[in-house]
Design a protein around this ligand. Sequence first.
Ligand code: ZN
Length: 114
Amino acid sequence: MTSKANQRELSAKTESLFRDVNERIAETSERFESDEAQFMCECSDSGCAERLEVPLAEYEQVREDPTTFVLNPKHVEPEIEKIVKHRHGYAVVRKVDDVVARIVRGLDPRADPA
Ligand SMILES: [Zn+2]
């Protein structure tokens, strides 16, 4: 009965973990002054090892909103997220599922510490 909610919670946590990894990738790329980086696909599959080439400026825009993520377009799950931008090789999605959106907001790596 609660399995659907549990699954969404797990998805949100997996995606937030990929986001944390990407934050490190962005930091490193900035240090090397590159304009683009190979980011991890931020989908809900914990075994996903897909790399996406995303310009750093675009990545920064995605991170400004804690409910947006970068994904391989083929990994988008329409039940929990909606594509807001189609790009070459990746898509930007916004979490539309309430449970998922709440969790990813709570885990926002750029949120001010309370
Ligand atoms: Zn993926």
